[in-house]
Design a protein around this ligand. Structure first.
Ligand code: S3P
Length: 434
């Protein structure tokens, strides 16, 4: 499928975007190994999280979905999972594969984890190394999926300094740590999203975080509970972008998660001159939420603070488009991790924006985007949901029609993207690729 976007008049609106992807995955996994019932509200029924749902069901957990955004999980406790009869297909989801690998390393049965072409190309050595140190036995294709995890029932605690800032690797180790003897300690080189730690605590697990080191003792039991999932700030960022680029729009996005480990995108856009405000700040379960108010703004480029990278890790495709619309040049550095996301996002965005007439200089771990005017053209998403949505929104301010090819992956994180964008004035249509 492809998107075609024509120059658009984005207007005032109040919208709600789907639930948080990271929190939805964790709710399914932690609810499954908790004791008692967990009720999830606000769940993201996108393909990535539905892959985790299927996987947990294949491992013997009874999970009902009375409504698309509600899950009712009959937790089986720490030792209640059963071997799956077939490989667990985690589709496009790195989060699902890496966190599941942590969870399954401590089981007393074998599991095979597979994924789509994009996931099969992504590095798993980053979880295999620490999990192997904990005593897990994991077979891979030279560090790539499929993974075969030979469960041995128990693990030993480790102290591990993450070589890269990664919430997925941190979470895989913490989940394995629940099945380990002793205290597992993970230190991170930069702050990454802490949804795992928050949810574990809310389910009764003692998790300590001090000066970048997170620690938990193995064998602690989780207690089922009600979990409310806020709207996903990463999805909200596309609405924010559409409003910022517009001539004159004032949009409110309701109930969005504003966990401080995720809000780098807001800080970076504000430093570029974006008129963004947080209203109605409150807590939803263990996570802070707010309504985000965004007004069309003239943006200016500059050097993006590298200390914000891990706090905005999924929003760089959005930020690249914002940078193209800004006055002057914008330099991103320390973003090498983008090269191992669902696509190589530095090169995918640089290629797409160049096709549309924007000058982009690329380095191994950064890029400089020269502000300019988007022209029309046909660009490739490289099967990456966030690249597809970001390039589509460039079309709202382009001089001519923009077509984005290979957009099926948008449903992994943002089901309903097209109707929601249409509702705020984006002239977007979906059609079959020729
Ligand atoms: C995620 C962590 C990030 C992020 C991904 C979701 C998570 O990946 O890019 O979309 O839910 O833990 P890394 O931890 O690999 O940076």
């Amino acid at each position: 499928m492809r998107f075609t976007v024509t120059p658009s008049r984005v207007h005032d609106a109040i919208v709600t975007v789907p639930g948080d992807k990271s929190i939805s995955h964790r709710a399914l996994m932690l609810g499954s190994i908790a004791e008692g019932q967990t009720e999830v509200d606000g769940f993201l029924a996108g393909e990535d999280c539905l892959a985790t749902l299927d996987a947990m069901r294949s491992l013997g957990v009874a999970i009902e979905q009375p409504e698309p955004a509600r899950m009712s999980i009959a937790g089986v406790g720490l030792h209640g999972l059963h071997a799956s009869e077939s490989p667990l297909d985690l589709g496009n989801s790195g989060t699902a594969m890496r966190l599941m690998a942590g969870l399954l390393s401590g089981q007393n049965f074998d599991s095979k984890l597979i994924g789509d072409e994009s996931l099969t190309g992504r590095p798993m050595g980053r979880i295999i190394t620490p999990l192997t140190q904990m005593g897990a036995r994991i077979e891979s294709q030279s560090g790539n999926p499929p993974l075969t995890i030979r469960g041995r029932g128990s693990l030993k605690a480790i102290e591990y300094l993450l070589p890269m800032a990664s919430a997925q690797v941190k979470s895989a180790i913490l989940l394995a740590g629940l099945f380990a003897d002793g205290q597992t300690r993970v230190s991170e080189p930069a702050v990454t999203r802490d949804h795992t730690e928050r949810m574990l605590r809310s389910m009764g697990v003692k998790v300590e975080s001090l000066d970048g080191t997170i620690q938990l003792a193995g064998g602690q039991r989780l207690h089922g509970r009600v979990l409310d999932v806020p709207a996903d700030l990463s999805s909200a960022s596309f609405v924010i972008l559409a409003a910022l680029l517009a001539e004159n729009a004032d949009i409110k996005i309701r109930n969005v998660g504003i966990n401080p480990t995720r809000t780098g995108v807001l800080d970076i856009l504000q430093s570029m001159g974006a008129d963004l405000r947080l209203e109605n700040l409150r807590s939803l379960g263990d996570e802070p939420v707010a309504d985000i108010r965004v007004r069309s703004s003239g943006l200016s480029g500059g050097d993006v603070d590298p200390s914000l990278v891990s706090l905005a890790i999924d929003e760089f495709p959005v930020l690249f488009v914002a940078a193209a619309a800004a006055r002057g040049k914008t330099t991103f550095s320390g973003i090498g991790e983008l090269r191992v996301k669902e696509s190589d996002r530095i090169s995918a965005m640089a290629e797409g924006m160049r096709v549309l007439g924007i000058e982009v200089d690329e380095t191994q771990d950064g890029a400089t985007v020269h502000g300019g005017r988007f022209g029309g053209g046909t660009v490739q998403s490289h099967g990456d949901h966030r690249v597809a949505m970001s390039l589509a929104l460039a079309g709202t301010i382009a001089t001519d029609e923009v077509t984005v090819e290979d957009i099926d992956a948008v449903d992994t994180s943002f089901p309903g993207f097209c109707p929601l964008m249409t509702g705020i004035g984006v002239e977007i249509r979906t059609s079959k690729s020729k």
